[in-house]
Write a protein that binds this ligand. Structure first.
Ligand SMILES: NC(=O)c1ccc[n+]([C@@H]2O[C@H](COP(=O)([O-])OP(=O)(O)OC[C@H]3O[C@@H](n4cnc5c(N)ncnc54)[C@H](OP(=O)(O)O)[C@@H]3O)[C@@H](O)[C@H]2O)c1
Length: 405
């Protein structure tokens, strides 16, 4: 194939786009990128050996462009670009988790009809190569669970809270100042960003396409000083844990702030680092830990997608068996709150520690029903891992335990 045919069309030159460009420079491949599409022509930019343009169609319709690398922020505009590029027969690389999680089934159809291929390792957990790992190495194994820390900004905020003894608000302000959290941190702190990544992994590991609106998602924005004090007193930490697990052809998903014990693999995964634990029938547990975001870590993964072998595509091997799996919400989990008695009507069992404070068994389905209300009323709920529940039960065995019929 001639060099001319390997031209790249880069759309978006922000944090990740610049990281990707630096690997092209390092490998003396920047001549393959004659044009970069941006939005605002008046922005000051570092000098690059490419022409800045503002029309994405100009590279999509360019016959010499073989691969379109889509790295813009807006999900709807990104979907439009990726759709057009696949229809034009281009290879497409993207890192837009929101766009992918919301449209993966359609994108797959487009890819199947296209001459091009669609790769997006950078969309999930930055530098951690989890999509290809699932696609290539877990295709013959049965995955039973994936869980982990999928968002670097919230992990940075939670780490600072426990390290520096500060409140959620103080830690968020520091994260924004240092560039670890965006000026508008909603997608991160609400758990949406982690959920999009979880849904992409769910398709690769379990063959299911699930809409973000159907999944239990509680963010970290309502965490109170008393939640933090309770964690400290009990030698626990709070991490935002995304989880999908399957049993008997049923599948449960959640994104929840979670108390974890000091023997958890996630306990010392701090700052902007992410972790993905995969549990499968043949292999058992394996965990990948790495930088979850940032210009160079994500740029490297985008560069690897761009350089993927010519015939490499994601196989989506699990989609056939996924048809037998049913997404479920009828599962009980344990959650802590300093106002647990306010949830009385949803509680199956409860351990009251002090006045309104305690932890209770509630169903995922009920939590989905009230998740908006929790947000509006600034009520915090922290999930307990099985280990955290055991630890608390030992300490509070003489506390007031109540079974609701
Ligand atoms: N930041 C990370 O660490 C990270 C990690 C993993 C995945 N991602 C994902 O990667 C993507 C890019 O993130 P980012 O952090 O690099 O974003 P960013 O810093 O906000 O940069 C976005 C870039 O896209 C350009 N742009 C926006 N709308 C455009 C349009 N309609 N046409 C052409 N260019 C347009 C902007 O142009 P101007 O320069 O003119 O404003 C800017 O250069 C997002 O989907 C994000 O979720 C980011």
């Amino acid at each position: 194939m001639s060099t001319l045919n390997k031209n790249i069309g880069l759309i978006g030159f922000g944090v990740v786009g610049q990281g990707f460009y630096s690997y092209l420079e390092e490998n003396k491949e920047e001549k393959l990128l004659p044009k970069i599409v941006i939005k605002n022509n008046n922005k000051e930019r570092d000098e690059v050996k490419a022409k800045f343009i503002t029309e994405a169609d100009e590279v999509i319709n360019d016959k010499s462009v073989e691969t379109v690398v889509e790295l813009i922020s807006d999900d709807k505009e990104a979907f439009d670009i990726v759709t057009k590029a696949l229809k034009a027969g281009k290879n497409v690389v993207s890192a837009n988790k929101k766009m992918i999680a919301n449209n993966l089934e359609k994108l797959l159809e487009l890819e199947n009809k296209s001459k091009g291929r669609f790769l997006y390792e950078g969309a999930v957990c930055g530098s951690i190569p989890i999509i290809r790992t699932l696609n290539d190495y877990y295709s013959l194994d049965t995955v039973t669970q994936i869980q982990g820390i999928f968002n670097g900004s919230t992990n940075y905020i939670l780490t600072q809270i426990f390290k520096d003894n500060v409140s959620y608000q103080e830690s968020l302000a520091k994260a924004q100042k240092l560039g670890f959290a965006e000026a508008d941190p909603t997608s991160d702190v609400s758990g949406s960003d982690a959920l999009y990544k979880l849904l992409i992994l769910t398709t690769h590991a379990f063959g299911k396409f699930i809409s973000p609106s159907k999944v239990l998602k509680i963010g970290i924005q309502n965490i109170t000083d008393s939640d933090i004090a309770f964690a400290r007193e009990n030698n626990l930490k709070i991490k935002l844990i995304a989880s999908v697990k399957s049993n008997n052809n049923k599948l449960w998903l959640s994104v929840l702030p979670t108390f974890i014990t000091n023997d958890s693999v996630f306990y010392n995964v701090d700052n902007e680092f992410n972790a993905v634990e995969v549990v499968s029938e043949s292999i058992g547990k394996q965990t990948l830990i790495g930088k979850g975001a940032g210009s160079l870590p994500t740029g490297q993964v985008i560069y690897s997608d761009y350089k993927a072998p010519e015939n490499y595509k994601y196989k989506y091997d699990k989609i056939l068996s996924g048809k037998r799996i049913k997404y479920e919400t009828q599962e009980f989990i344990w959650v802590y709150s300093d106002k647990i008695t306010q949830f009385e009507k949803y509680i199956e069992e409860v351990v009251i520690i002090n006045k309104s404070e305690g932890y209770a068994k509630v169903s995922i389905a009920d939590l989905i029903k009230i998740q908006e209300e929790l947000l509006d009323e600034k009520l915090s709920l922290i999930a307990l891992t099985d280990e955290a529940l055991k630890q608390l039960n030992k300490k509070y065995e003489f506390a007031y335990a109540l079974q609701y019929a």
